[in-house]
Design a protein around this ligand. Structure first.
Ligand code: UT7
Length: 331
């Protein structure tokens, strides 16, 4: 049997749009308050893409930044996966648009949809191709323009989300480095808890679907919250165990950035001090599939993550889905 290789992250990049929308800005358009949003979620502001900007534009900027820090050329990429729930359009895939934009002429390209768990799902899929030498280098991007799908009159959702993109390049790494363990999971019984109902084959776009506001994100926040607290903490703990590590071995936690109270549950389960958890939801809100890779890129650029560090990434989202991985940093 041919040799299997360890796959790991060899470069990162990210991009968030310049426009900042603060909680005080939202106070002017919906019945909410900075105090409510901060105390219930931890979010203070979020970035919003301009009218002419779509998910592939954000993804392209993150991709170029990851390429720059890798010293690879776009032609050396064998695969591009874009994880998103807010593609530019139903088809072609956002990944094909990014492939064109960066000139990655040798890369296969496809989108993967697992909501906020999508980035880790994408990374685990790409890792299998690296492991088996089918691919040498694969790019995985989590990118979202959630502001275009949020009902700006619905205070239950519009205060939560933001736009952005994060990218990683996966390649072969030394044995005992890279992705040490991973968990992917789903529970379709919770499919209705977080959804954008219309615009697909079940409810194609019509005057009625627009009038009923079915092209916006709908969420049962408190049910998703209960699921998230349970799953984030238990999956963080399990993925560490599966990697053959104990809690004390974990150097850094990069959680999905949905709500500070959910992140706290995972942090406490791993018994990590606060400075070992990367939090940027105060500045960006929940960027769905982009949250983890943007946080990861920022942590790397700030020098918080170094070679040999054991990193845990964990996320949950619509589907319902969840995903976690333990990574020993290789570069
Ligand atoms: O990435 C995955 C996607 N989603 C999530 O992770 C979301 C998970 N859920 C959450 O983070 C929380 O459930 C929320 C932040 C969405 C809500 O916090 P909560 O503590 O669960 O509040 P709640 O849903 O129980 O609502 C409490 C009250 C309600 O009023 P009544 O019915 O008690 O009078 C809401 O109408 O807060 C009200 N409310 C607001 N008030 C001011 C809801 N949104 C707002 C708002 N400003 N923006």
């Amino acid at each position: 049997m041919a040799r299997l290789y360890q796959s790991g992250i060899i470069a990162t990049g990210s991009y968030v749009p310049d426009t900042v929308v603060t909680n005080h800005d939202l106070e002017k358009i919906v019945d909410t308050s900075d105090e409510w949003i901060v105390s219930r979620t931890g979010i203070r502001e979020r970035r919003i893409a301009g009218k002419d900007m779509a998910t592939s534009d954000l993804a392209t900027k993150a991709a170029l930044m990851a390429l720059k820090s890798s010293n690879l050329t776009a032609q050396e990429l064998d695969m591009i996966i874009v994880s998103t729930v807010t593609p530019d359009m139903n088809f072609p895939s956002t990944a094909c648009l990014v492939q064109r934009n960066i000139g990655a002429v040798n890369a296969s390209a496809f989108d993967l949809e697992a909501a906020c768990s999508g980035f880790i799902y994408g990374m685990v899929v790409a890792a299998q191709f690296i492991k088996t030498s089918v691919c040498r280098y694969a790019m995985v991007i989590g990118a979202e323009c959630l502001s275009k799908f949020v009902n700006w009159k619905d205070r239950n959702t519009c205060v939560l989300f933001g736009d952005g993109a994060g990218a990683v390049i996966l390649g072969r790494v030394e044995d005992d480095y890279g992705i040490l363990s991973h968990i992917l999971g789903a529970d379709g019984k919770g499919a209705d808890l977080l959804a954008l109902e219309a615009g697909g084959s079940r409810k194609p776009a019509s005057i009625e679907t627009v009038e009923k506001q079915l092209h916006y994100i709908h969420m049962d926040g408190s049910e998703v919250f209960k699921f998230a607290v349970r799953i984030m903490a238990s999956m963080a703990e399990k993925v560490v165990r599966n990697a053959g590590l104990s809690r004390e071995d974990v150097d850094y936690l990069i959680p999905h950035q949905a709500n500070i109270r959910i992140i706290e549950a995972a942090r406490k389960r791993l018994e990590l001090p606060e400075d070992r958890v990367y939090v940027n939801l105060d500045r960006y809100g929940n960027m769905s599939a982009a949250s983890i890779p943007v946080a990861l890129d920022e942590a790397v650029r700030l020098g918080r993550i170094k070679k040999n560090d054991n990193i845990v990434m964990v996320g949950f989202g619509g589907g319902l889905t969840w995903a976690a991985c333990a990574v020993r940093w290789a570069v």
